[in-house]
Design a protein around this ligand. Structure first.
Ligand SMILES: CC(=O)SCCNC(=O)CCNC(=O)[C@H](O)C(C)(C)COP(=O)(O)OP(=O)(O)OC[C@H]1O[C@@H](n2cnc3c(N)ncnc32)[C@H](O)[C@@H]1OP(=O)(O)O
Ligand SMILES: O=C([O-])CC(=O)C(=O)O
Ligand SMILES: [Mg+2]
Length: 295
């Protein structure tokens, strides 16, 4: 099971952060060439990220957030970065399937040019406008390279002409559409960054909420946010124990030629079993044993 619980942005013009980005335990690091980089620094950042990727072996998934191809920087970003084979290209402010198709073709040409295995560079898109949300499924399904869609909340709220609230009501519609689109396309759904990095209480509340909605993970901006997300996503001892009981009860019921059984008064049938199996597979993927403790 591929995990993308945390995708950490690293400003592309900060050499110290680029060098150390791999040591904090994020599932994915995203070298950013877009909004964390000033216009005057775009060329310098592109070359810095290129050199970092060429000379440092990172042990996690490495993504690069390029500038949109409608800007003067997007094509240059792709040409330079594709030569050092990122695992993933993240397109910001995606609004249509055509955005994805055009980049897909450029990646295909670069794979041929550099002798990389066809299809080995993945793509994801951040959706940051109402128009993008309306087209979320088309974007998600626009290429077999697509592995995730994310909501880019800061730009999205600017487009919606609103701002953040404690309970996140401003995001209900967008997050709901995004998760449905990702699930229909069979790819990951990634939630937005939370920029108030010292506000742990609200970060925990937001991460718990998006996990419960079904998101696979969250974009983060600071190493301190990584373990908090991973803890929230890790199945607890109680959840693992319950999943095992569900599966055992169901297997017993099958032996009695019944497709449904009751466990502590609750109906256990195939969808419940599927969720239990996912809990156990997820626990295995995050390195938790049957007692819910880290291996
Ligand atoms: C809306 C958007 O587009 S969001 C995406 C673009 N934004 C970004 O990429 C921002 C990335 N994050 C950051 O720049 C910073 O974490 C900030 C500005 C949010 C907070 O800064 P600070 O409070 O100074 O960070 P903090 O004190 O926690 O840093 C601790 C250590 O982690 C490092 N660090 C902090 N953030 C990152 C990061 N994103 N990537 C790698 N290293 C980082 C710091 O360099 C520092 O290292 P050091 O101890 O070796 O000096
Ligand atoms: O994609 C993200 O999570 C960050 C971002 O650009 C935004 O919030 O506008
Ligand atoms: Mg943005």
């Amino acid at each position: 099971m591929k995990l993308r619980r945390t995708m950490m942005f690293v400003p592309g013009n900060n050499p110290g952060m680029l060098i150390n980005a791999g040591i904090y335990g994020a599932d994915t690091i995203i070298f950013d060439l877009e909004d964390s980089v000033a216009l005057s620094e775009k060329d310098a950042a592109r070359h810095l990220v290129y050199n970092a990727m060429k000379s440092i072996r990172y042990s996690c998934e490495v993504a690069v957030r390029i500038n949109h191809i409608s800007t003067p920087f997007g094509y240059k970003d792709l040409e330079t970065i594709l030569a050092v084979k990122p695992d993933l290209i993240r397109l910001p402010k995606a609004e249509t399937a055509a955005d994805i198709e055009e980049i897909d073709e450029l990646i295909t040409a670069a794979e041929i040019k550099h002798g990389f295995r066809p299809g080995s560079i993945n793509m994801m898109a951040a959706i940051e406008t109402a128009k993008g949300i309306r087209n979320a499924y088309d974007i998600a399904a626009a290429s077999p390279r697509m592995v995730a869609i994310a909501i880019g909340g800061e730009d999205y709220l600017a487009d919606l002409q609103t701002s953040r609230t404690k309970d996140g009501k401003e995001f209900f519609a967008g997050r709901g559409q995004l998760i449905l689109a990702a699930r229909e396309a069979g790819i990951h759904a990634i939630d937005t960054v939370f920029g108030d990095v010292n506000n742990e209480e609200d970060f925990i509340a937001e991460t718990t909420r998006i996990k419960e909605m079904g998101f696979d993970g969250k974009s983060v901006v600071n190493p301190r946010q990584i373990n908090i997300v991973h803890e929230i996503y890790a199945p607890t001892e109680k959840e693992i124990d319950h999943a095992q009981r569900v599966i055992a009860a169901y297997e017993e019921s099958l032996a009695r030629k019944s497709g449904v059984v009751s466990l502590n008064g609750k109906m256990i049938d195939i969808p419940v079993v599927k969720r239990a199996q996912r809990t156990l597979a997820y626990a295995n993927a995050v390195g938790k044993n049957e007692r819910g403790t880290t291996l």
